[in-house]
Design a protein around this ligand. Structure first.
Ligand code: NDP
Length: 281
């Protein structure tokens, strides 16, 4: 049998993307399944998304991840969507199958698995989510499907926040309300507070403008930003005694689910975690 020198290629589109740490982690995931696949980062501006997607189809990519600012706009270019991606209205993963683009969302599922791996289960929990973008939508839908009982969405743009709260209330057994983000907004009583905005994403060093005195030691506070892992937001929440969690486990498990979708093989999350930690040092 002739040897095949063509290496299956995958990657991610985003803008900004240069500081995205996923490459080494995803290739470690492939290696842990015995596959020598590639994962490349591509800086693709919002206005170039359609050309970029035509490109991956033409070049025979096996799969693609999407990050800011493409998660919501990419939905309209898909030829198929998973059920939860359709509900979320945003995708972070594309499977290219027989030249067709199928959209999936592994962000929220990765978030839920990450909490579970830290001993936190969503049944009966009340959450407050800062943000209503692609990641916030995925997290909200998957937490509601995993048994959370109430979500409070706090967002700067009223329309997006209201729409997300309505999506949850109308499509799941969880209730949701919207609070408009005002200066030093108070965090309502909850079990889990999540920063799902991009405030604090490298090189930004700013803090979500909330009243940090409304955070207490009974709360789990998670930032989904991974670069830096220990954000100023987590530092402030930690000072108030909250149980803090960084964005790494969500990143690892959303990536592991994408590797499985593209290859049909389950990667080793520990190998992915080690590669991620190494790429930060
Ligand atoms: P989007 O652009 O879709 O959404 C960004 C959200 O942040 C919006 O709700 C936006 O509010 C809000 N926001 C941005 N700047 C401000 C500000 N100055 N004040 C108040 N709100 C603000 O991005 P994504 O949802 O795709 O990603 C959000 C973050 O999550 C990124 O940092 C990304 O790196 C991280 N992420 C981490 C993952 C992980 O695995 N750990 C996975 C996916 C994402 P508005 O609606 O008003 O514009």
């Amino acid at each position: 049998m002739k040897e095949c020198f063509r290496i299956p290629t995958t990657g991610a589109f985003g803008d900004p993307i240069d500081e995205n740490p996923s490459g080494a982690m995803m290739e470690a995931g492939f290696r842990s399944t015995g596959l020598n696949w590639r994962y490349q980062l591509f800086r693709v501006a919002a206005c170039d998304l359609q050309d970029g997607l035509d490109g991956i189809r033409a070049l025979g990519f096996s799969g693609l991840n999407l990050t800011i600012p493409h998660k919501i706009t990419a939905v309209s270019y898909m030829e198929g969507l998973s059920e939860s991606a359709a509900l979320i209205g945003a995708i972070n993963t594309i499977l290219v199958k027989e030249g067709k683009l199928h959209g999936e969302n592994t962000d929220g599922k990765g978030f839920v698995i990450g909490l579970r791996e830290n001993g936190i289960f969503l049944a009966g929990k009340r959450l407050v989510i800062l943000g209503a973008g692609g990641a916030a939508r995925a997290i909200s839908v998957e937490c509601a499907l995993a048994g959370a009982v109430h979500l409070t969405i706090i967002n700067r743009t009223e329309e997006k926040g209201r729409e997300l709260a309505a999506l949850i209330t109308e499509n799941t057994s969880c209730t949701a309300e919207f609070i408009k983000w005002v200066e030093k907004v108070s965090i309502p009583a909850c079990d889990i507070l999540v920063n799902a905005t991009n405030i604090g994403l490298y090189p930004d060093k700013s803090l979500p403008d909330i009243d940090y005195d409304t955070i207490n030691q009974n709360m789990v506070v998670q930032d989904i930003i991974t670069n830096p892992a220990y954000t100023p937001f987590l530092q402030k929440a930690g000072e108030r005694g909250a149980h803090i969690l960084d964005g790494q486990s969500m990143l690892i498990y959303q990536g592991a689910l994408a590797v499985e979708l593209w290859t049909g093989r389950k990667p080793d999350p520990e190998a992915m975690r080690m590669a991620l930690i190494e790429s930060f040092t």
